[in-house]
Design a protein around this ligand. Structure first.
Ligand code: HEC
Length: 139
């Protein structure tokens, strides 16, 4: 019985250590991710699909991890300003036009956390300050 209690106390301690190790950043990132998913469903899913799979020849998928990594600092610009230059995604060229979205920096940050941590990506946190900086440097 004593062993059992000791064991219970020990595992409780372990669990609380584990949860406090979940850094403030990961809690914040999870909140961004959940809000970003709502925004994605509202603004983006029609074209890019529930799983980021895209829409045939018209809309590229959001699953190309090379593109998403190489263009991380351009994602805010793509969302805010839209895009019409031809793009190569997964080796296929897309020539459609993406509309612009007049969203607040916080919304853009949440969307980017969602699309760069969902769909098979794992790029971590991205905040409104980074959105502001990236928007100043749009190509
Ligand atoms: C009306 C359809 C449409 C909507 C809505 C739309 N997109 Fe797009 N998106 C496109 C098209 C078409 C392209 C390719 C544009 C090009 O080739 O220049 C694109 C390209 C992109 C790209 C870069 C290429 C890629 O596939 O990774 C990203 C990132 C992206 N969109 C994210 C979003 C996000 C986030 C939203 C919601 C805020 C959104 N899009 C809403 C049609 C759309």
């Amino acid at each position: 019985m004593r062993k059992l209690i000791l064991y219970a106390v020990f595992s409780l301690a372990l669990t609380s250590i584990f949860y406090s190790c979940q850094t403030a950043e990961s809690v914040e990132r999870d909140a961004y991710y959940v809000n970003g998913r709502d925004l994605y469903i509202r603004h983006c899913q029609n074209c890019h699909g529930e799983k980021g799979e895209g829409l045939g020849e018209l809309t590229p998928p959001l699953t190309d991890s090379l593109f998403m990594k190489q263009n991380r600092t351009q994602l805010a610009c793509i969302i805010k300003n839209g895009l019409s230059a031809p793009l190569s995604i997964h080796g296929k060229v897309y020539e459609g036009k993406m509309p612009d979205f007049n969203l607040a920096n916080i919304d853009i940050a949440q969307l980017i956390v969602y699309i760069t941590n969902g769909f098979g990506h794992k790029q971590g946190m991205y905040n409104p300050e980074q959105v502001a900086a990236d928007l100043k440097a749009c190509k």
